[in-house]
Ligand binder design. Structure first.
Ligand code: ATP
Length: 357
């Protein structure tokens, strides 16, 4: 576990972080520009010294203001990947990878090279690499220092869209295999959906919200982003045996509750993350029959919020997960919907976000 109780005044910005983060998995650090994300991970890395408080990781104290304890960055066993790769220009890729790698650990080189697909680049110099290749080398170098925690500060931010797409699968592989916690700073929802288990939303130098990605996604802390691209819900489901006759795959939310996907390449038992736009969910009091829609599930209304422009957001409990439906005020009044009632959610589109970690 990583325990943070730290304060720091940076110019006009007062940072004050109090949280306990898990000692495994990918923890997204999300927030608007200037909210304090980089300063937070720099304090964890030892690159910025807090004014007061303490940082403890896996029982080891990195910083304690009361005791005057401040472990040097190199003694914290942390790998750091920056936005720009920061490779040593006069070293080859192999030289860069082995920089800071203890001699007894150098046999791990081939494993990391394979993981990142950089075997063909080993004898090149950084100036002969694309942005995405440079970042893969930077990640490899960080992994080879045998860190006990990995900090990644927007590792895709400096790349164009095609290079981002090129690097994302490698990040997913690392995230999946990693035995150590990864703190991943990003502005991009797509990266969160693909990589993150736990999410920390930072706002004005403080923790605005923390929890699993699904929990935080539905919280008020995500409203600024949800409003920008349209409110959606995230659901976790388990892949069931494909129905070959219809070429569809059932995705189980609970023993008696599943949604159908036309994606057929999924392996049974895999956990997948689904994104459902609130505008793609309609509600019905009775179970519709004779309809082309396949995804019709019973759910219980937990909240009704009237929005601007005669719209209403209805939150529903669907097999202990949250799904939101955006309907008109007209429909809500005509149907006389009330909190606590069971209705049927008619889901027009489910957007598969890939395999959950
Ligand atoms: N050395 C400094 N002196 C004064 N103010 C600073 C210093 N470093 C950062 N700040 C301020 O602290 C706040 C947090 O900065 P930080 O870089 O941590 O934000 P961020 O969330 O990582 O932003 P971005 O997403 O744009 O990188 C900002 O208001 C910034 O201007």
């Amino acid at each position: 576990m990583l325990s943070l109780k730290i304060s720091k005044q940076l110019g006009q910005c007062a940072l004050d972080f109090h949280c306990d983060l898990p000692g495994h998995g990918v923890i997204g650090v999300f927030g608007v520009s200037g909210s304090g994300k980089t300063s937070l991970i720099n304090m964890i890395a030892g690159l910025i010294t807090p004014d007061s408080g303490s940082i403890t990781f896996a029982g080891q104290c990195f910083f304690d203001g009361n005791k005057g304890l401040n472990l040097a960055p190199e003694r914290r066993r942390i790998g750091y990947v920056f936005q720009d790769a920061r490779l040593f220009p006069h070293y080859t890729v192999q030289g860069n990878l082995l920089y800071g790698c203890p001699k007894e650990e150098q046999d791990k080189l081939s494993e990391v090279v394979e993981l990142l697909g950089i075997a063909h680049l080993l004898s090149r110099f950084p100036e002969q690499l694309s942005g995405g290749e440079k970042q893969r080398v930077a990640i490899g170098r960080a992994l080879l220092t045998q860190p006990e925690m990995l900090l990644m500060d927007e590792p895709l931010a400096a790349l164009d869209q095609p290079r981002k797409q090129e690097l994302l699968p490698y990040l997913k592989r690392i995230a999946k295999r990693s035995q150590i916690p990864i703190l991943y700073v990003t502005h991009q929802q797509q990266e969160l959906l693909q990589l993150v288990d736990e999410l920390l939303v930072v706002s004005d130098g403080q923790v605005a919200c923390q929890g699993t990605l699904e929990e935080v996604w539905n919280s008020p802390a995500m409203l600024p982003w949800q409003q920008a691209e349209g409110v959606s819900s995230l659901l976790l489901a388990k892949v069931m045996q494909q129905d070959e006759r219809h070429g569809m795959t059932p995705l189980s939310l609970a023993p008696e509750c599943h949604l159908w996907s036309s994606e057929v390449s999924l392996a049974p038992e895999q956990q997948v993350r689904l994104k459902v736009a609130a505008k793609d969910v309609a509600l019905s009091r009775s179970k519709p029959e004779g309809t082309s829609m396949r995804n019709i599930v019973a759910a219980t209304i937990t909240d009704i919020e009237v929005l601007a422009q005669q719209q209403v957001m209805v939150s529903l409990n669907l097999a202990e997960q949250v799904i939101k439906a955006q309907i008109t005020l007209w429909a809500q009044q005509e149907m006389k919907l009330q909190v606590g009632e069971q209705v049927y959610a008619l889901i027009k589109g489910i957007n598969l976000q890939g395999v959950a970690l």
